[in-house]
Design a protein. Structure first.
Length: 319
């Protein structure tokens, strides 16, 4: 009777609480499901972080590459210069003041070139520049200059061009003829002021120093070279020019002219030797031609086939 009242568990059945083993907690205190979710979240986070780093690196590389391209595309700043930058001392030379516009959003509207006061230039001549008006400023010299045309008591101290415009990225040349250039210096420096339509003024007035880096705004400079020697000063003792051509006698000295004419070769006399040589060569060629003709004739007509036959007989004598 008592056995029939035993609980169901005693009969060998599994208690309901022991069935869900899959949901029992692990030793670490977390379930497999939570560990899997956490691993998935960690993977996604790592993946996102990796992509972010790659994107940041790509952006950095692109920025550096873009900067390099921009720096390569920007041209080096030009200066106001004199071209050509050399001229002989004491000569009359024409040079161009080359003025570039270096502003991005401003135009050059005025150029002021100052001539050196310590080495004044006696004569200055300007070539018109379309769209520009030139104004020349002179100064009285403390020591007048002596030139072939006389004494000069005033010299040009400044040239100003205005009224035109130089667009950004463009340049303009202003031709000037100087002369005679000084012969007591090696360099002429022209301090220049460049004015833009936005009010900026660039002063090209710095003087480069030996052994020092080039200044940011060097003044245009013209290097003076040693003037070439004249024909009369460089001739030899025989009175010939550097090219070897006999020097002509002055027109005011008839005796010298007669002596020069007496020493001059007689027309046609210098060609006699050439004529003789050509004549001899012609004779030699003629003799060679005759000999060649005789030799060729003998080859065409052997001795045994002569028209007169053997021993001078007629062709029918042997018959």
């Amino acid at each position: 009777m008592s056995s029939s009242r035993m609980p169901a568990s005693s009969a060998g059945s599994v208690p309901p609480a022991a069935a869900p083993y899959a949901h029992l907690p692990h030793a670490s205190g977390t379930s497999r499901t939570s560990r899997t979710s956490r691993a998935a979240r960690t993977h996604r986070t790592y993946r996102t972080t990796g992509l972010s780093r790659l994107r940041r690196r790509a952006v950095t590389v692109a920025a550096l590459a873009g900067s390099a391209v921009v720096l390569a595309a920007v041209p080096a700043f030009a200066h106001v210069t004199v071209q050509p930058n050399t001229a002989p001392k004491g000569s009359y030379s024409t040079v161009n003041f080359k003025v570039p516009d270096e502003e991005d959003h401003a135009k050059t509207v005025r150029i002021e070139v100052n001539l050196p006061a310590d080495h004044p230039i006696a004569s200055v001549s300007l070539q018109p520049v379309p769209g520009w008006t030139a104004q020349v400023t002179t100064v009285k010299l403390a020591t007048p200059l002596k030139t072939d045309d006389g004494t000069v008591s005033e010299a040009v101290s400044k040239i100003t061009w205005s009224g035109g415009k130089i667009q950004p990225g463009q340049f303009q040349q202003f031709p000037v003829s100087f002369g005679p250039l000084p012969d007591n210096t090696d360099t002429l420096t022209f301090k220049t002021l460049q004015t833009y339509d936005n009010g900026d003024i660039v002063r090209w007035i710095d003087i480069p120093q030996a052994g020092q880096p080039e200044p940011d705004h060097p003044a245009p400079a013209l290097t003076l070279t040693v003037a070439p020697a004249s024909g009369s000063g460089s001739g030899s003792a025989t009175g010939s020019t550097p090219t070897g051509t006999p020097a002509a006698a002055p027109a005011s000295d008839p005796k010298a002219g007669t002596a020069a004419n007496a020493n001059a070769p007689i027309p046609g006399e210098g060609n006699d030797d050439t004529a003789r040589a050509l004549g001899v060569a012609g004779i030699v060629l003629g003799i060679a031609g005759v000999a060649f003709g005789v030799f060729a004739g003998r080859r065409r007509n052997p001795a045994g086939d002569s028209p007169s036959g053997p021993a001078g007989g007629s062709p029918g004598a042997s018959a």
